[in-house]
Design a protein around this ligand. Sequence first.
Ligand SMILES: [Zn+2]
Ligand SMILES: [Zn+2]
Length: 90
Amino acid sequence: MTYQCECLFTTSDRGDFTDHVLEAFNPKDDIGADGQVHHELADRTRECACGFTANHWDELDGHLLAASATPNGVGQDGLKHTTALPAMTP
Ligand SMILES: [Zn+2]
Ligand SMILES: [Zn+2]
């Protein structure tokens, strides 16, 4: 399985891909597009600073990406990136 971002970043590791898109959109101050602060509170709790609690890591990653991704897909580095995580493969 190969994952490719719109910026042409390519990896076969889903975790690497997730890290890449989260990093691409991560605001310096952790304030998302909705004006709320979003970041993981601590390891292994799957809680976000906004009060959201995810049932699994993929859900938390999706939440963080949805909160920080820009409508036009342009990240902090000025490049266009994919704004959704790939579907989980069984
Ligand atoms: Zn949040
Ligand atoms: Zn990218």
